[in-house]
Design a protein around this ligand. Sequence first.
Ligand SMILES: *Cc1c(COP(=O)(O)O)cnc(C)c1O
Length: 218
Amino acid sequence: MALVDIQERIRQAERAADRPEGAVALIAVSKVQPPDRVEAVLAQGHRMFGENYVQEAAAKWPAWRDRFGPLEVHMIGPLQSNKAKQAVDLFDAIHTLDRPSLAQKLAGLQQTRGSLPRLFVQVNTGEEPQKAGVLPADLPAFLRDCRAMDLSPIGLMCIPPEGQDSTPHFAMLARMAAEHGLAGLSMGMSGDFEAAIAHGATHIRVGSAIFGARSYPV
Ligand SMILES: *Cc1c(COP(=O)(O)O)cnc(C)c1O
């Protein structure tokens, strides 16, 4: 689907939810996509992208930043602590703060460099054992620990279980964000972004609907 069609669907979903136009930021998820597809979207003026792998992003984005000017790249994949330093230099936002050891690592980096990318805490709303993210019951303590380390996450992120209705997960994430005074809600992908917008998403992460199917599964 063309970028303009996705943008139009976002506008419609914003209107349907009585939200202001532009309330929702579109993160175009470019992981493992052929460069020509990404460059086509850059050429159309889009400037916010999502990546899952530090190595891959490091190989692609510095040159595109030089060529296309200011843009944002968001880390939406699991972040290993040993890649945290590279990640904070590369990304404008990290959506996958999901454990105390990573929080500690990021807090240390903030001390030495004075700033950090914007942070979202990933919540494992489906309580899936194989999935990253803070369990809902552990979120209050995790946020307290983050704040004690001077980290100030701006929002929450979730990836609902596959094959299930996403809407209860979106509703739960929105409720938890409101409880904790967090304005950001990173939720909704190609198959469910309109439902996410209806539940208050501020950042949707859309890959295949913009770029086409990825050439290998990730
Ligand atoms: C790959 C990915 C997306 C994009 O998925 P699509 O279904 O292609 O839109 C969104 N969020 C995360 C965390 C991803 O890993």
